[in-house]
Write a protein that binds this ligand. Structure first.
Ligand SMILES: NC(=O)c1ccc[n+]([C@@H]2O[C@H](COP(=O)([O-])OP(=O)(O)OC[C@H]3O[C@@H](n4cnc5c(N)ncnc54)[C@H](O)[C@@H]3O)[C@@H](O)[C@H]2O)c1
Length: 288
């Protein structure tokens, strides 16, 4: 059931929808009263969308966001309608938009759960063809954005002596992978960021973990299959078979598999878990 927006979407402006889904139907939920902010939610088959839906189904009020442009705001607004949350324009590389987003979340009680999901594969590719510009974009989206968002929400979490920060890492951030250039380097940074926050703010009741997806069937994954197939001059099917041979379960995962891990780390079952980088990757062989 989709609700009606009360105010327009814009940087810092929340479009709020009526709550729907499991929480509204009175089923037991674990995240009732919690406010979650999820970045990078516009892709119809994306991990962000699956995480937002899973958190909302457990009773959280979810603020879904993405950077403005190319129909993304319409998509997050529709998602907010579906899950009974709120929609927000938020480019994670823009410090001002981050401040506005956290202020807007403050009207709902502040961010209890931050899911730093937005990411880009720009800058992935053979190391020798990586440009400084691509590396900079990768740094700003994959690492600096999550860091700035964490900085913005942590003071409110300290006040509550509670909070969950869940970063989207990657198996590319746990082992070296050829031809992943900046992406792998930045995701290794996410691994370190996660541990740093967990160590520094654990004493204040804040848990910080990363989920490290393997091959998950989203547009981003398909784009990387196509890129690698073209680079090596092999058919797409052959490239996929070859990649999945390194996965014990011999298949790509679903966004919902990642959302299930996020839910675990966001909810009471993850109470005593902090500082981990959790691979959800079907038993993939990590690189170096
Ligand atoms: N799909 C996989 O196989 C896989 C594997 C490992 C890690 N991941 C990670 O999971 C996360 C989600 O990936 P996905 O597969 O759903 O990809 P996706 O491309 O479908 O989603 C990425 C989202 O991030 C958003 N985004 C990009 N730049 C942004 C910015 N500056 N500000 C705000 N949002 C921005 C995009 O608009 C998009 O909605 C990413 O962090 C990605 O690195 C995915």
């Amino acid at each position: 059931m989709a609700g009606d927006a009360r105010e327009p979407v814009g940087p810092g402006g929340l479009a709020v929808f009526h709550r729907s889904g499991r929480a509204a139907r009175g089923a037991p939920v674990t995240l009732n009263g919690k406010v979650a902010l999820v970045t990078g939610c516009s892709a119809p088959k994306g991990i962000g969308r699956a995480c937002a839906a899973a958190l909302a189904a457990e009773g959280a009020f979810v603020i879904v966001s993405d950077r403005p442009g190319e129909g993304r705001m319409e998509a997050v607004e529709a998602l907010a309608g579906e899950i009974g949350g709120a929609a927000l324009a938020l480019d994670v590389t823009d410090a001002e938009q981050i401040a506005q987003a956290v202020a807007a979340a403050g009207a709902h009680g502040g961010v209890d759960i931050l899911v730093n999901n937005a990411g880009t594969v720009q800058g992935a590719g053979p190391f020798l063809s990586g440009t400084a510009q691509d590396w900079e974009v990768s740094f700003r989206v994959n690492l600096l954005g999550p860091m700035l968002l964490a900085q913005a929400v942590i003071p409110g979490m300290i006040e509550k002596s509670a909070g969950r920060i869940i970063n989207m890492g990657s198996i590319g951030g746990l082992g070296g992978r050829a031809s992943f250039g900046a992406y792998s380097a930045m995701k290794h940074g996410v691994t370190g960021l996660t541990k740093t926050i967990a160590a520094e703010f654990g004493p204040m009741g804040i848990r910080c973990n990363a989920v490290c997806p393997g091959y998950i069937a989203t547009d981003m994954h398909e784009a990387s299959n196509i890129r690698l197939a073209e680079a090596e001059g092999v058919p797409l099917d052959a490239m996929k078979r070859r990649r999945y041979e390194a996965v014990a379960l011999r298949a790509a995962g679903r966004p919902e598999d990642i959302a299930a891990a996020v839910l675990y780390l966001a909810g009471p079952q993850g109470d005593y878990v902090s500082g981990i980088n959790l691979p959800v990757a079907g038993g993939i062989q990590l690189g170096l």
